[in-house]
Design a protein around this ligand. Structure first.
Ligand code: AP5
Ligand code: MG
Length: 230
């Protein structure tokens, strides 16, 4: 399936840890000619570079806790303001709190844009656990794989850049438990925020990676079709 018509859209992907936000955003952003911005990846990169922000954020990431809004919001907003984001963004993992959602709306309004769609990737708890247990990332650019559901062509090596694959330390134990609790207690409340603004769509994220991609594209095409009819 292809996308028809206007493409410069700002989209938020909401989903529990392991729902497939990153997997889908990686494919969706180029189709929309949008920029994929993932707050978790930004923290990871900042930590790898040992910046002050990265070191501070890592203390929260390692525990599976939310990084405080005063660190998270300016970091993501700065990326949205960059020239690479002018054709639209696919936001993965941001916003996660009401304050983040409100600040995002205020920032987009300031630059004469707005969130087009917030899409919830709904996935069962059993699937989430299976996905996180087998997930691996490439060291160079954070490309994501799954040992069973989405294996690389060569074991342990990234298809794109050949770098070695690793497991995230917060994908198990107490940190994972905290991430799931925080999502289902707090972040899920954002669904109401976007529902009230008529931005929310829900997609069955339990399907295969390709099927979920088609469902996402169908929601986006439906939204674009609706805009053309107005
Ligand atoms: P972050 O990196 O965003 O983690 P997360 O939200 O817990 O989400 P994940 O990245 O774990 O899951 P995903 O939905 O992207 O799944 P994926 O596509 O990889 O955040 C990490 C930490 O940073 C947070 O805990 C927090 O500390 C901090 N943070 C980040 N943003 C923040 C914010 N806004 N505010 C405060 N703190 C913040 O897929 C999972 C696996 O399943 C992969 O192996 C994949 O290959 C496989 N898979 C995907 N789709 C399918 C499918 N359809 N079928 C089968 N397998 C599939
Ligand atoms: Mg992710």
């Amino acid at each position: 399936m292809h996308l028809d018509g206007r493409k410069d859209m700002d989209i938020v992907l909401i989903g529990a840890p392991g729902a497939g936000k990153g997997t889908q955003a990686e494919k969706l952003a180029p189709l929309l000619t949008s920029r994929h911005i993932a707050s978790g990846d930004l923290f990871h990169e900042a930590f790898e570079e040992q910046t002050e922000l990265g070191v501070k954020a890592q203390k929260y990431v390692a525990l599976g806790e939310l990084v405080p809004d005063e660190i998270t919001i300016p970091l993501v907003i700065r990326h949205i303001e960059e020239p690479e984001s002018t054709q639209g963004v696919v936001l993965e993992g941001f916003p996660r709190t009401l304050a983040q959602a409100q600040e995002l709306d205020a920032e987009l309004q300031r630059i004469h844009r707005q969130i087009d769609l917030a899409i919830y990737l709904k996935v069962s708890r059993e699937q989430l656990l299976q996905r996180l247990a087998g997930r691996v990332f490439c060291q160079a650019q954070q490309h994501v794989y799954h040992v069973k559901f989405h294996p690389p062509h060569v074991a342990d090596r990234c298809d794109h850049d050949g770098s070695k694959l690793y497991q995230r330390p917060d994908d198990s134990g107490e940190a994972l438990r905290r991430r799931l609790v925080i999502f289902f207690d707090q972040t899920i409340q954002l669904l109401d925020y976007y529902r009230q603004r008529h931005k929310l769509r829900e997609v069955d994220g339990n399907q295969s990676i390709d099927q979920v991609r088609l469902l996402l594209l169908s929601e986006i095409n439906d939204y674009m079709g609706g805009k053309r009819r107005v």
